[in-house]
Design a protein around this ligand. Structure first.
Ligand SMILES: [Zn+2]
Length: 384
């Protein structure tokens, strides 16, 4: 990559954005599906499914990005999904559908204008039937051809269920050059959805061919400050190990302990990171010491639909978006942020930067690694 700067056209327009913890927990997921370099402590993991509520005030338009897992998944998911979950031993808990969470939080469902689906997987499409028919679905290029009408209407379909898509408009977004709303951000085709620079939908094929991410402007440039953004990565990555550390956001030699239960405690002890860099996959390289602080711990896994493309996405995320202190990365299943974020209906996420979420959350993913190594007697230096 030639340069690592995030170029987003200047704008004073923002959207109001809330992060929803959908109550979904997917437990006992094997890490091998999601990263190529296995590290101790990362055999299986348990993940949430984040969803975003986006409100564009000037047009009074409300969007959702993703819907998590439907509450009735165990009785209504595609048979192949049930078979796979059973075989792998994944356990899924869902307390509430997103529609119920919104209603409980005081949002009227008829006010939801559209749902952006990052991709067709069952842990992202949720249950659109719980929304009035006026809410349309926004999907990525090629989605309709690949995933509609779904099973059982198409007996050959191995993942999508038909009832998810029935009875509402499905708009396939186009990222064709010539549309003045289409540009390129961080190497990704970007659609300026409201035409004012507040919210971009990004074409990010790799995990699946029609995968979509999104970039919301959370605060605008003023008084010499730069705009801040939230990058909704969906399943562009599945673990922070695949995009941290990076050249633009290297691992310091000491960090606040990622294992403390409250990331906001001022008295957090710090730990030395050298035991972590010593187990980095590139540590034995001639410039290993440097690379271990500036290269992600892991590569993406072989289970991605397009592995090279998915790897390029993770690299762009690392250097251009996540490496920028004005961008908060939230991928769908980042369990390391559960203690850091405030979730809907508790306020919006727009002030994430002044609340310190980026800083405090950045290295939390190392907790499992640190705990495991500590269990093996490795000394992280302690101290303050
Ligand atoms: Zn997912």
């Amino acid at each position: 990559m030639a340069h690592h700067h995030l170029h987003v056209p200047k704008s004073l327009a923002t959207v109001s954005i809330s992060i929803i913890d959908t109550t979904v927990r997917m437990n006992n997921i094997p890490y091998k599906f999601f990263m190529d370099t296995p590290y101790p402590g990362y055999e299986t993991f348990s993940t949430p499914c984040y969803v975003f509520l986006i409100h564009h005030v000037p047009t009074n338009t409300r969007l959702l990005y993703d819907l998590g897992v439907r509450k009735d998944w165990a009785t209504n998911a595609h048979p192949n999904i049930l078979k796979t979950m059973n075989h792998v031993g994944v356990q899924i808990e869902v307390e509430k559908d997103v529609a119920q969470i919104l209603v409980d939080g005081g949002v009227k469902l008829q006010d939801i204008d559209a749902v952006v689906l990052s991709h067709h997987h069952f842990d992202h499409v949720g249950d659109p039937r719980t929304f009035p028919a006026n809410a349309k679905l926004l999907v990525g290029p090629g989605f309709k051809e690949r995933h509609l009408p779904g099973w059982p209407a198409n007996p050959e379909d191995d993942h999508s269920t038909s009832d998810t898509y029935e009875g509402r408009e499905i708009e396939e977004l186009s990222f064709e050059e010539g549309d003045e709303r289409v540009s390129e951000i961080g190497g990704f085709k970007a659609l300026d959805y409201f035409g004012d620079g507040s919210f971009y939908i990004l074409a990010t094929p790799g995990h699946t061919a029609s995968h979509l991410s999104a970039l919301a402007r959370t605060t605008c440039a003023k008084d010499g400050e730069e705009s801040s953004f939230i990058f909704m990565a969906g399943d562009l990555v599945h673990t922070c190990l695949c995009f941290r550390p990076s050249e633009t956001y290297p691992l310091p030699s000491t960090i606040a302990s990622p294992t403390t239960t409250d990331p906001f405690t001022a008295t957090n002890p710090s730990i030395q990171t050298s035991p972590l860099t010593h187990i980095h996959r590139l540590h034995t390289h001639p410039s290993g010491a440097h690379l271990a602080q500036t290269t992600p711990f892991s590569l993406v896994s072989a289970y991605e639909e397009d592995v090279p493309c998915s790897q390029a996405n993770a690299t762009a995320l690392a250097n251009i978006f996540d490496g920028n202190e004005n961008v908060l990365t939230v991928y769908a299943h980042d369990e390391s942020l559960l203690d850091v974020l405030d979730f809907f209906p508790k306020g919006t996420a727009n002030e994430w930067k002044s609340k310190g979420w980026g800083e405090r959350g950045h290295w939390r993913f190392l907790a499992e690694l640190v705990k495991r190594l500590e269990g093996e007697g490795v000394d992280f230096g302690g101290g303050r």
